[in-house]
Write a protein that binds this ligand. Sequence first.
Ligand code: NAD
Length: 486
Amino acid sequence: MERLDGLLVDGAYRPATGGGTFTTLNPATEDVLGAAADGTAADMDAAVDAARRAFDGTNWATNTAFRAHCLRQLSDAMTTHADELRELTTAEVGAPAFLLGGAQFEGPVADLRWVADLAESYDGWSTDLGEAKPMGVPTHRWIEREAAGVVGAITPWNFPHQLNLAKIGPALAAGCTVVLKPAPDTPWCASAVARLAAEETDLPPGVLNIVTSSDHALGAQLSADCRVDIVSFTGSTNTGRAVMRSGAENLTKVFLELGGKSAFLVLDDADIAGSCAMAAFTAAVHAGQGCAITTRLVVPRARYDEAVDAAASTMAMLGCGDPTDSGTVCGPVISARQRERIEGYLALALEEGGSFAVGGGRPADRDRGFFIEPTLITGLTNASRVAREEIFGPVLVVLPHDGDDDAVAIANDSPYGLSGAVHSADSDRAWAVARKVRTGTMSVNGGVWYGGDVPFGGYKQSGIGREMGVAGFEEYLETKAIAEAI
Ligand code: NAD
């Protein structure tokens, strides 16, 4: 796609104030893809102003049919340009091509239509509570749900379309207006949406604003702006804390989707080899850059070696590959900085007494691109930092358990609570474990919970609130009780 160096502010797809740009890279080749608009504090200020005016001064919030129409147009525009967007996404994110059929592209584009349908069919807009005589006054009562206002959306880079559209879609469907500040690592994915929204939809000026920038400070500016009603943030737990602190000043509602260190639990009656091969595959997908990826493999102590062999041989077979190749599972990580961070954790694993059953560094056969081999770490306990902290690379730690209760205890002995998996030959036993793990999503025997109608989010330090599904839509609504005397 051409012309991806623009911002969307107040209906205009335009350069940053002062014309500043920054480069975006292909992480698989380290080649410069091109220039992105380097939005400034003035651009962010103009975007929030436009979103505020569009919310307060138009009927956007109450014209549900028109909102649904605009969301379907955006979905259609992205579908029309799907070939270019797929190519761009693989180039900028380094995500393996096979993911484009799901969460990396097609899933979130289809979900725009799902949420448009939801806005039109939602039965919670107005609820008649009927008549009563509170304090002796004959009264008819209703509960109205209405748009919460201006949404400041801040996103990371690992699944840019999923992350951006899972905020834009439900927020616009609910009747809010939006200012999106995407990650500096993937500005073009966001700019493509900005351009299509400006050129191929009827979205009114100010309803959707997208400000790309190399400067993280624009995220802080957005989250501290008192004209914003909800800050919807996805990113690391540490940045989430900063966002919550900024929101505290204005008592802004914050909605946080944060990090994870999810456990893949293999019970002693499960197919150990098959389950551990699946765990290894999952940890290697997109070089482990998924907040919900299971990165602790918890296996029966008596079968630890068998589990390690199965997981290690799968990882060795997968290796790293060119993300444009349909057979690649593990592409590059997003940046040199991210690769260094992962390498720091690999060094720490050795310091903490662990060893690598496979992987442990950069692949020998690639001298360009930010690649890390799929890596399996053995010999650590759940108390180690490597088992507790989010690494965000293709790194899996194998831990032994002594029965179902111990497996659950290990899963829950984590500051995070985002996702998880359990494998057992006995469905009831697997469900009993799934119910005890304190996380927002659980997969049983390989089931996939991802989908537009499924709420996603975390317990504990993995976040506050839910994205997607009806619950994700309702995050962007306020509740008002109206009582009329009769
Ligand atoms: P990050 O927290 O560094 O950045 C996320 C976004 O916040 C970026 O747009 C960044 O510019 C912005 N930002 C940075 N400092 C800010 C501040 N002080 N105030 C406001 N905004 C600020 O995260 P990242 O490294 O880009 O992404 C990786 C992280 O995202 C991982 O921890 C991962 O688990 C998490 N993540 C979570 C989910 C989820 O749904 N739970 C999904 C994807 C990624």
